[in-house]
Design a protein around this ligand. Structure first.
Ligand SMILES: Nc1ncnc2c1ncn2[C@@H]1O[C@H](COP(=O)(O)OP(=O)(O)OP(=O)(O)O)[C@@H](O)[C@H]1O
Length: 270
């Protein structure tokens, strides 16, 4: 029997109050893929990710995760299966990094169960790999944006789910920490997890994704491997940007170089 997709959307329509954002979206995200959603601001990337995470409820259509309708999961079962790193979340006042990461273990424990060595290990590992152990005792509100982002990522890792959804996980991070996080996601992907992320940087998307999903105006316009999807025509069409695409000298994946959007004296004649 073939493996079911990690995530399957069947004619999903979703939005806010009476405003529809994504209409009739169907998509299969392969189990074990590293899928990246790209598209212009406001096209519905976060909305779709939050719908998969069950934060938003589709008005039409259905979503299945690991072959099972998402409505059939209990809250706890879903939190053990799908982890979400949302955008712009606030932690409760006074919460420390370690408190936050401990919360990642909640779905794995019942009210009566004891804290196990497995819980301990998951928390320690999450703090270590995200480089947050050194400020584990500090209050989140007093950290820099990048430190806070890594703390939320540590919580997600402690949750230890087979499916990870990440909405712009590199926001606030300096370039070294961006690549550390992306390399960490690549490692999680290599260990068999399904990673689905929203990224704005097309070069990073092309470097890390096994599959790109291109959205525009709440609809999917293209899906596939970055080397076939990412073309100058697609970038012009979807983002309205003229560009050249050359192989990334490090990885050979497509790298996007924009043409100037207005005359720029320092560029000289070409
Ligand atoms: N809570 C909300 N209530 C009402 N409308 C919303 C809400 N959140 C988002 N929207 C609207 O839904 C549309 C899609 O937003 P969404 O955040 O999904 O886009 P996005 O592709 O993730 O954008 P960005 O790249 O700017 O993060 C936008 O027009 C936005 O204004």
């Amino acid at each position: 029997m073939s493996t079911p997709p990690a995530i399957e959307l069947d004619s999903v329509t979703v939005g806010y109050d009476r405003r529809t954002v994504c209409r009739d979206v169907s998509l299969r995200i392969a189990d074990g893929s590293f899928t990246v959603f790209i598209g212009p601001n406001g096209c519905g990337k976060s909305t779709l990710l939050r719908t998969i995470a069950r934060v938003l409820r589709p008005s039409e259509g259905r979503i299945a995760v690991l072959g099972r309708d998402t409505r059939a999961y209990s809250r706890r079962q879903y939190a053990r299966t799908v982890g979400l790193l949302p955008q712009g979340i606030e932690a409760p006042a006074g919460m420390t990094v370690t408190d936050l990461v401990l919360r990642g273990r909640h779905p794995h424990r019942s009210a009566l169960s004891r804290w196990t060595s497995q819980d301990d290990q998951a928390v320690t590992d999450a703090l270590t790999v995200t480089g947050t152990a050194e400020f584990g005792d500090r209050v989140l509100a007093e950290l820099s944006g990048g430190q806070r982002q890594r703390a939320w990522l540590a919580m997600l890792l402690a949750q230890d789910t087979p499916v990870l959804l990440l909405d712009e996980p590199t926001t606030y991070l300096d370039i070294a920490h961006q690549y550390e996080v992306l390399d960490l996601l690549a490692e999680l992907h290599a260990s068999g997890r399904t990673v689905v992320a929203v990224l704005h940087d097309l070069n990073q998307a092309a470097r890390f994704a096994t599959d790109l999903v291109v959205l525009r105006d709440g609809r999917i316009t293209e899906t596939g491997h970055p080397s076939t999807v990412l073309t100058p025509d697609l970038v012009a069409d979807v983002f309205g940007l003229r560009c050249r695409i050359v192989p990334d000298p490090v990885t050979g994946t497509p790298a996007v170089f924009p043409e100037p959007t207005r005359p720029h004296p320092s560029l000289g004649p070409r």
